[in-house]
Ligand binder design. Sequence first.
Ligand code: CRA
Length: 807
Amino acid sequence: MNKTEFKQSFSQRLAEKFAMGVADASPNELYQTLGSLMTSTYSQDWQQTWTDYREAEQKQVYYFSIEFLPGKLLKSNLLNMGWLDMVTEGLAELGINLDDLAEVEPDMALGNGGLGRLASCFMDSIASMGLPGNGNGIRYEYGLFKQHFVDNYQVELPDKWLQKGNLWEIRKESKAVDVRLGGKVFMSDNDSGNLIPNYQGGVVLRAVPYDTGMVGYQNAIVNTMRLWSVEIPPEEEENYRSIEDRRTVEDLTSVLYPDDTSEDGRKLRLSQEYFFVSAGVQSILRYYKQLNRSIDTINRFIAIHINDTHPAMCVAEFMRLLVDDEQLSWERAWNLTKEVMSYTNHTIMAEALEKWPISMMGSVCPRIYQIIEEIDRRFVEEMTGVHDFDLIQRTRIIQDGQVHMAHLAIIGSHSTNGVAKLHSDLLKSVVLHDFYLLYPTRFNNKTNGIAMRRWSQLANPALSNVLDKTIGHLWREQPNDLRLLLNYVEDDRVLAALAEAKLENKKHLSTYIHEHCGIKVNPQAIFDVQIKRLHAYKRQLLNLLHIMKLYLDLKENPDLPMEPRVFIFGAKAAPSYHYAKSIIKVINEAANLINHDPMIKDKLKVIFLENYNVSLAERIIPAADVSEQISLASKEASGTSNMKLMLNGAVTIATLDGANIEIRDAVGEENIAIFGLTETEVYQYYENKNYSSLSIYQDSPIVQRVVKTLIDGTIPNIVAEGYEIFDSLIKYNDEFFVLRDFEDYCLAQESVNKAYQNKRHWSQISLRNIAHAGRFSSDDTVQRYAEDIWQIEPVFAHKNDRGVEHD
Ligand code: CRA
């Protein structure tokens, strides 16, 4: 389609849909029109992709994830369709600004943070690499809560993202499946002497899929993200007369659990997990059976990926279908299951390694529980005599009345990976060491990556223009080409152009900050950014304590030589995570104090932006000078905002944690500010049990002075929160070693401050960060998953030798 044709089709579609012309239409009507033009265009490719995959009978991967965080799809779909420039211009000629339409689209926020965003970056990359892959998840009626600050406290409001409909999805009634929950089950012989399950009681619910096209980057591939929604099967209607009864059903896919670490709403959460696992696995099997292939070869056509433990029941559900429905022997089914399944671990935080009480699992999905018991029994039997008793007891699935989901995922799959080198090493040496002894070859690393197109081309057009002019366009397809930028590290014009682009982005963000917080910030100041979920281990508190130090220093000496700084936070706290919410309150009160202190002028500003989400990230990241990646070493499995910020030229201040280590290796020591304990030192403290925050506090006047601001009235309105945090540091021995890393952090911050004074030098560091970011492209990450774990190939590879017999 060329621009003239586009303009024509657009106006025509608007007239058909809304019976009006451009001048009368609202941004929402224009957005709906553009969206419908896009979906009707890529639908042909979508259908063709389905057909190609089926005809090619190629192996496909199904990525099971309880979270997906795509953000907005309008611009990224336009980009991937190759329409972005044409549509931007065409609309402009019609007097429409594309950005106004993009504004209308609600963020699709069906995830909490890194885990969900990673899943969506993978969806984009899998399609863009032409790989046959599908997403499988839940269509939550409400996404992650909307965060508001009231009296500087976080308040959560429901995210009604579906209120105006969702134009990217298609409800596929014909692909619905039924899922059984609750009741009782007993096994009996059927006429042919096979064991079959008999169910008593419980409910049968309909899982209806809503498919969203995952448009590949200019390759005519459109993959599918399938999200399941619950409905009452029409034949069961009479059993659901009361509103309460209906509501219990609807609740199943109504909310995303906003807490990826705590134990709330557990039974409903478990039901959600089984619901989307069962629906997904059933539909995969139904599809496979249409191919008329022997069930014994299913492992050559299907790969199922378990993204964190939430979908771990895939193992048992797949077994159930093979054994109960397909009547395979346990041994045959088990071998197939292991070959089909693979698992990614995303955290070493113990509370996130899911465990379910056996009583609960027995009541939610009794047959699944039986199967898990049998897997567990056979595991113990197989290992007995080969490994020592204690090791077997520690690794078995059912222990102390609980089902250990990570154990199920590891035992029932052929691959377990971590998400950064350090994290994968820690899995082998500490967290999952016992399993590493049992299955050394199953463990591998796949460092996370990011969808470069969204986080550079879409989010940062100013930088993209400079890159195009400097190194040509190829980096847009091959992010490793960003390295060419290194040839310009001494080129003053390029350095100035990069600085200019950054300043432009900072001005945009300043306007947004002024509009949303009423605070004027100086775009020439250092924009220092920490954006991620609020969690104690991520140590937003460390950042705050350093800010308080700067504040006190400035109060003492208003002429202190320091580059003006704007500290920017974006973070949601889980609603039930009291401590994290107290941190938000304290940061907000400190911000209020500092921002309105006339002595401070614009040397120091603190901005906590409300409702951090993908779209806000797209605004903040291009404007960042400094990227805060300051988790306690060993705790952040990988991180991905670190990669996005680096790609946009921010300089990282980091502990040696997660993927920070790989960023350091890429850019070199001189282009990153590293501080703090190493993971080895952290573990030494654990081993020797000799960490004492109190002695650090007592020995360091600076630490004392800063920590006291929490309780001495320096920061107003935080009596309860101040004490809570003070106690966490002093009375409860500072779980995440904030005080231990404090002084080193201040030194690193001071080095950043110094470096910024020399603008040319700063731009050089920034340039080197951009130049080395290419290695964190999720295109490469999914390629490694495809080769090492899933054994899938691009459909083109097959198309080329179509006709050659394969099996
Ligand atoms: N919270 C890790 O903590 C990691 C992402 C994606 C996390 C991050 O360091 O980058 O996963 N873990 O791999 C997680 O969700 C349940 O565990 C995260 O997003």
